[in-house]
Design a protein around this ligand. Sequence first.
Ligand code: URA
Length: 237
Amino acid sequence: MRLDRYLCELNLGTRSQIKKDIKAGLVSVNDVTIVRPEEQIQTERDCVCYRGQPCIYEECVYYLLHKPAGVVSATKDRRDRTVLDLIGDKARKDIFPVGRLDKDAEGLLLITNDGAFAHDLLAPARHVEKEYECHLAYSFDIRQRQLLEQGVDIGEKKPARPAVVRVLEEKKITLTITEGKFHQVKRMLHAAGNEVTYLKRIRMGTLTLDDTLPKGAFRRLTKEEVESLKHDRSSHL
Ligand code: URA
């Protein structure tokens, strides 16, 4: 990778500032000062120092964001704040959300720069479980439960795959699904004769949203959490 790009991906400054700093002799590679921004480096092998500080480069980064309502699950948006705006300057430039949560939905959202990881988690054939807390407009009843559990028709070619329902209160349930169609949970509840008034994703595969992470906050996943998601076989649906 080019030296200037490498430093830029680490979020150490704008490309033009970094180029200037390299030319000014502020960057060394394996203890040798390098003044060419286009110098190629091996990210795993070379030891790069910027202004005397060693740089630690990770190929892939993984964050768990507690998405609040009102922000969109996109990398850029002309009108609305995005989930990446919440992560802001502290993170890399090449990250993106793994799938989407609606603007008015809250909860667990993974953010990464690992395309294969995201692709794999979202692959329809993987059937990764997603669990949502749903507040409902009307009392939840046995008929609605049966429809959701047997696979409700949401107007696609095939009915939705069977879901798992946990009733929490008269108008509050959790729904676990293994698909990720547009507005899927809202459409399933609507098709079953109810309406979602509040939606929060509380789990994806083996990863649960911890209560300690406030709305709008994010944290890095541990290595174990990443590995566990990569090998997730939690789905029994
Ligand atoms: N289902 C929905 O309806 N909305 C979401 O954001 C996620 C799942």
